[in-house]
Write a protein of this length. Sequence first.
Length: 66
Amino acid sequence: MQLIFTGILSTEKNSRYDTLVNIATIQGKTNILFRQKMKETLASFGDALDLIKELETIDLSYGNRT
């Protein structure tokens, strides 16, 4: 998911997502708010992944006690 969001939000012309029909619309000047929301969503995915990693560590620590 992170790769997809990063590819869509990228301003590089050689992105693998250039073939999307609406990439010009997504990256256009009129879609600033939409792209900002996508950036916030991408950051939320990162936060969620960090929490999951933390929970895995806690779970492994707990499992080693038995």
